[in-house]
Each structure stands twice: as C-alpha cells, then as structure tokens.
Design a protein around this ligand. Structure first.
Ligand code: FES
Length: 158
C-alpha cells in the first residue's frame, strides 16, 4: 500500500467514524460503511476505529473476524453466492456448494488467484420455492444443477 492510499484510508475512515459514532452500537455500521466504500475493511482502519470508539484493537479485530461478511482484501470481479440455508440444502444445495468449491478450487470467502471470482455463502435468497439457488453478482438463479452452475462459472471466468 503506498502512502497516498494509506492517507485516503485514514481520512475516509475518520470521516465515516465521525459521521456514525453517535449511533448506539456504532461499530457494525462503521464497518459496513467502510466495506461499501472500499470493497473491504482495510487493516489500517482498525486502530483508528479503536481509538475513536475507545475500544481496544483486539475488540475491533475480533468483531471484524467474527462476522464473515467483512473481508480484509478486495473481492474478485464477480461474486458467486451459493445459498446454504435449509430449503436449498434439502434440495441439493449441499452438493451444489461442494461442486462450486471444487470447480473453483476455493473455500468460502476466497477469491480465485486471477481475481475473477469470489465465492460466498448466503443464507436464503428468497428463492426457496425454486431451490437450490445461487446469485452471480446481481443475478439470481433457481433450480440450479451442477452443469448450470458450471456454465455460470465459465461465463464469469470468460
Ligand atoms: S433457502 Fe435458499 S433461497 Fe431460501
């Protein structure tokens, strides 16, 4: 990270903290906003947040790592979300998830080395009646089988 990027992160972090710190329980809203701004929660933001909210660095770090939706590095160009909630699990979602991990050679929350695809679990996409389902970027897909999922992955990799 060069010094300018670091300055930007610090300035943006402080602006966000100042805007949200009067909320009750401001830490999660601050982390969500940082992730919206940067696509991830920068490591350099954590000590600033701790100082401004009067928390220890360990407390802030603990919250970031507890909630899997927070990432500490940028996401890939595409995000593939596989539903892991009950209705999908009972309709083949587990096999679909295993297939995605195998084809991409990724574990959850990881990104392919070429930076193209990030794999995320999601817990219900509102498509339970057409389970199993997944989402590629903003697009929802129901009644997916392995071949269709492979085709989606191929499309994202192209
Ligand atoms: S459980 Fe998968 S979409 Fe609802």
């Amino acid at each position: 990270m060069n010094i300018h990027v670091k300055d930007d992160v610090s300035a943006e972090t402080l602006a966000i903290v100042n805007e949200l710190k009067s909320l009750e329980g401001p830490l999660l809203p601050i982390l969500h906003r940082l992730q919206e701004e940067f696509g991830f929660v920068p490591e350099a933001s954590l000590p600033l947040i701790a100082r401004e909210l009067n928390l220890s660095r360990a407390e802030v770090h603990g919250v970031v790592t507890f909630y899997h939706e927070f990432r500490n590095h940028p996401a890939g160009k595409h995000t593939l979300r596989i539903c892991r909630a009950e209705a999908c699990q009972s309709m083949g979602g587990r096999e679909l998830a295993e297939h995605a991990c195998k084809v991409l050679d990724l574990d959850w929350h990881e990104t392919t080395p070429d930076g193209k695809i990030t794999l995320e679990p999601v817990y219900c996409l509102g498509l339970c009646s057409v389970a199993p389902s997944a989402q590629l970027d903003g697009e929802l897909h129901g009644r997916l089988d392995r071949d269709e999922l492979s085709a989606l992955i191929k499309e994202a990799r192209a």
